[in-house]
Design a protein around this ligand. Structure first.
Ligand code: FRU
Length: 512
């Protein structure tokens, strides 16, 4: 693939060419090599003809594209989304002489039915053989898909969650051998339902003892509580239109999921985060690692990277995730980018004083950060935050075309009503009524640390922002006609005593 195009992200995964959607089957092997599969049409720049594309990485940023891993068989078949597990104990019987056998479970889609099938790999996940006894689950439905398998140690059993898409049901099944499955329970009509439920994910997530500690991803702060999340994606029908993912914190006993409360929570406040998956094989005592499709079915098949650069869609950055019981006494998933420090090129402490208060600074990075990929943070401290008023904003500008991407915090002098926002309206490479401009979310200020930290990763056509310890995340894609090359950080109307500092790190392209 040619990764040099001006819209092509430089530290994010995108396919070499053609159309990609959901991440699939992600796992990490015993040598620490991460495997990413994805919904892939290798013959077009729109969805269809689904295969499982494949890429591998040691650090989740430098990816090596691999040959397609799973192919449709007969004409009219498509290999839809699914997941992989490592069958260490050879429960399936596919792996008499090895402990690293990989089993993929995916949906076979045809005009007539969606059924769940198995394919197994004896070479560590590069090539797969379809199981002769397929399908392993079939209920005679055309809307029954996206199996996510896991090993449930307490019951020594495999578990799979599958969406009965248009019945708004997530079905739970158990199995001793991945081949024979028994229906155990249903989780129905929770949260946003939209037109259909898709891509359910069930995973045990570490829980923090204290929601406001400085490093939420440090395992020494994890409680021994057994907490789970059930994530359900819906499309169409998201509050902002099209696709979105929601999650439910709760408990799981091997057959039934019990949500902790009646709430529904979105994984992201933007419009471009869908069908996320977690890597199988990350130790349960570590932050769990996810990646999602950074697009939305409302416009994924028409964005201009197709015409201009021959490919469509990116994944989000890999994210580390833990659960916290926040000051509002309600569970929240904390998500932050997986360690980017190996990618740092330049470190620029843009300002580290009160000089940024009610003024702005301009940083032209056109020559210092040739990748166009950078990480930045804005830190606000120094007053009782509940009294803070004013704004702290960032703007990424194209000095050539005048286009820009903006965002920031609007401190409104009280808890809970402080919006975090971002705006892609001033870009001209893609005009579409569903490509809405502005995204915002409420912010609950962290009174214990008395700091607001807004950090973000900008990478040519995608911005991901993260608030404080990851309690809010927003993903936004955009298509400027000129390259963004200048960062402006500014504040206005802040009260006396506020200190604002900002930092920027250039990120090295992982594709050159
Ligand atoms: C979600 C989804 C899945 C399906 C796949 C098809 O984006 O619609 O439900 O398996 O994409 O590519």
């Amino acid at each position: 693939g040619d990764y040099s195009g001006p819209l092509r992200p430089q530290i994010h995964y995108s396919p070499p060419r053609d159309f990609m959607n959901d991440p699939n089957g992600m796992f990490v092997d015993a040598n620490g090599l991460y495997h990413l599969y994805y919904q892939y049409n290798p013959t077009g720049i729109v969805a269809g003809n689904q295969h499982w594309g494949h890429a591998t990485s040691k650090d989740l940023y430098h990816w090596e594209n691999q040959p397609i891993a799973i192919f449709p068989g007969a004409k009219g078949e498509a290999i839809f989304s699914g997941s992989c597990v490592i069958d260490v104990n050879n429960t399936s019987g596919f792996f008499p002489n090895q402990t690293n056998g990989v089993v993929a479970m995916y949906t076979l889609n045809t005009d007539k039915e969606e059924t769940q099938e198995l394919a197994y790999s004896t070479d560590g996940g590069y090539t797969f053989t379809k199981y002769a006894g397929n399908p392993v689950i079939s209920i005679g439905s055309t809307q029954f898909r996206d199996p996510k398998v896991l090993w449930h140690a307490p019951t020594q059993s495999w578990v799979v969650v599958i969406a009965y898409a248009r019945e708004y049901v997530i079905g739970f099944y158990t199995s001793p051998d991945l081949k024979t499955w028994t229906h155990a329970s249903n989780f129905t009509h929770h949260g946003l339902i939209g037109l259909q439920y898709e891509v359910p994910i069930l995973i045990s997530i570490p829980m923090l003892t204290n929601a406001s500690i400085a490093d939420p991803m440090d395992p020494s702060n994890f409680a021994s509580t057994d907490m789970w999340i059930l994530q359900i994606s819906i499309n169409p029908g998201a509050p902002l239109g099209g696709s979105i993912s929601q999650y439910f914190p709760g408990s799981f006993n091997g057959t039934h999921f019990a949500p902790a409360d009646a709430g529904t929570r979105l994984t992201d406040f933007g419009k471009d985060n869908y069908a996320g998956q977690y890597f199988y094989g990350v130790p349960p005592t570590s932050p769990q690692i996810s990646m999602a499709w950074a697009s939305n079915w409302e416009y994924a098949q028409i964005v201009p990277t197709g015409q201009l650069e021959g490919f469509r869609s990116f994944m989000t950055v890999p994210r580390v995730n833990v659960l916290a019981n926040t000051t509002r006494n309600t569970y929240a998933l904390l998500s932050l980018p997986y360690d980017t420090t190996p990618l740092y090129t330049t470190a620029n402490s843009l300002v580290n004083s009160t000089s940024l208060v009610n003024s702005s600074l301009l940083y032209d990075y056109s020559t210092t950060i040739p990748s166009g990929a950078l990480q930045f943070s804005i830190n606000i401290t120094g007053i009782p935050l509940a009294n803070a008023t004013g704004t702290a904003n960032f703007t990424f500008l194209s000095s050539v075309t005048g286009e820009s991407i903006r965002g920031g915090l609007f401190l409104a002098g009280g808890n809970g009503d402080t919006p975090l926002w971002m705006d892609r309206g001033n870009t001209r490479g893609f005009n579409n009524p569903f490509f809405t401009d502005k995204f915002s979310t409420d912010v609950w200020l962290n009174e214990e640390t008395q700091t607001v930290r807004l950090m973000g990763v900008l990478d040519r056509s995608i911005l991901e922002v993260f608030l404080n310890n990851g309690e809010k995340a927003g993903t936004m894609i955009f298509f400027p006609q000129g390259e963004l090359d200048t960062l402006i950080i500014g504040t206005s109307e802040l009260n006396v005593g506020v200190t604002v500092s900002a930092e920027v790190y250039g990120l090295q392209s992982t594709w050159t």
